[in-house]
Design a protein around this ligand. Sequence first.
Ligand SMILES: CCCCCCCCCCCCC/C=C/[C@@H](O)[C@H](COP(=O)(O)O)NC(=O)CCCCC
Ligand SMILES: Nc1ncnc2c1ncn2[C@@H]1O[C@H](COP(=O)(O)OP(=O)(O)O)[C@@H](O)[C@H]1O
Ligand SMILES: [Ca+2]
Length: 500
Amino acid sequence: FWGHGAAIAYPGCLWEQRQGHPGQFASLSQVFCFPVFYVKRTKNHQWRCNEATFSCSSAELCEQWIQVTREQLSLLTNRPKRLLVYINPFGGKRRGKRIYEEKVAPVFQQAGISADVIVTERANHARDHLTTEANLQQYDGVVCVGGDGMFSEILHGLVARTQNDNKVDQNRPGAELKPCMLRIGIIPAGSTDCICFATVGTNDPVTSALHIIIGDSQPMDVCSVHHNDVFLRYSVSLLGYGFYGDVLADSEKKRWLGPARYDLSGVKAFLCHNYYKGTVSFLPAEDNLGHPRDKMQFLCLLVSKWFHSCVAVSSSSWKVICGKFIAINAANMSCACPRSPKGLSPSAHLADGTADLILVRKCSRLDFFRHLLRHTNTDDQFDHSFVEVHRVKKFHFEPLDPQPLLLENQSELPKKPGFCPMGSAQTTCIPSAAHSSWNCDGEILHHAAIQVRLAIHNIAETVKRKIKLRLHLITAKVSCLKALGKTDSALMTHNSLLKC
Ligand SMILES: CCCCCCCCCCCCC/C=C/[C@@H](O)[C@H](COP(=O)(O)O)NC(=O)CCCCC
Ligand SMILES: Nc1ncnc2c1ncn2[C@@H]1O[C@H](COP(=O)(O)OP(=O)(O)O)[C@@H](O)[C@H]1O
Ligand SMILES: [Ca+2]
């Protein structure tokens, strides 16, 4: 695949070409050809696989081109060759298996990628398989075919396996987690698919498959969520209390509706117009990490942060805000999705060690409606007197009224099918009107009082890798152009001129 200086070529084949003017008997001349499949960017961040057929005047030249192309390909070590694929047949519109078989498997095969596919049989099947059984050394990556909840499940499985293998107790607050060496690819087949949408710019399965094939990668912040120093879950997209927590809790009982369940539960939560009393405390991020309303684009800010993050920066002090909140949202990324193309926090960055903490205080239904509506257009959803947003590195939430800690087990809790907290506290909270639940990447956390901190990716390393890859691609293209220069007279593409 020629997406970023990479292509795949089949062995040369004999291909007859008629020459001469239409209507005249064309003299047959033998030419040799090979197809090259390449990634073509189309509108709305969508990618498609195109094909160009090269033809040469001799078998030797054809072989030479195939050899050069394959040599360049082999230098792209970030491209996966063997993947472990988990398909959730239960998520979204329950089309995960079909999406994979019809849209993804064919391009994986074309790119010479082998995949071991597991269709999950229950919730947390993928997590448990990753944590205990999977032989991860034989894979270049794991692929999640599902939505954010499924991605979260695989993330937890990989992180738990990595910590277990390195004897790290992830339940210990402040434990220095070992990085996972395997990447997680996402094929969107869920209901919101915000992690895919916010990183790729679309929730198109073929586009995601092509990103996986050419070895793209995007580091992400991971929030750890604790309750009274007991680890609960990780989050990479939304941690939402109040509105989004209520939406999720209610929608779980309507899973048979598929993605539409969120619309119904969203209207119900809006009409209920619940607010929740509590105290939010947070540690603001340093000034050089930007601000949620600075509207700076991701990459330019990433590079600038890289250069600035090497210098010592002023240490912030904790801020405390008490009040009545309709929604408390921590966006670890923009949380863009088809419902909200710019997301909960359009300027939130993916791997900067911060989250954007959005506090929506008690307001009228009309004002809250206006705020929600701005998520669907270009108006600034933070430009309200009852909304404030802070870029933070850590935050805590404590409800005003302590939650009743009654249950020793989860049996009486209304729970998401198959949901069970990773490291839940020995005692469990029972939902009550005075408390919402946390929406953690689409999983329900019943503990209202939580402590959240950010894992910081090595931004410098990320940018270095991107720059190194770019330099390599330029080198690859120069060598191809040199090769073209030698044989440009004999070489042409049949379908289109491939721009190296
Ligand atoms: C008057 C029109 C109002 C429209 C409001 C639109 C606001 C949309 C904000 C979207 C935020 C999305 C945050 C993503 C959360 C997901 O992780 C989670 C689980 O995803 P998945 O497992 O793929 O289903 N999705 C949700 O919590 C659904 C939130 C929907 C809120 C309407
Ligand atoms: N085979 C299965 N049966 C039931 N639940 C499953 C299965 N596989 C995964 N799950 C669970 O389904 C939940 C939702 O998955 P997800 O792909 O996020 O769909 P959606 O986007 O519709 O929420 C996840 O919490 C996951 O643990
Ligand atoms: Ca972030």
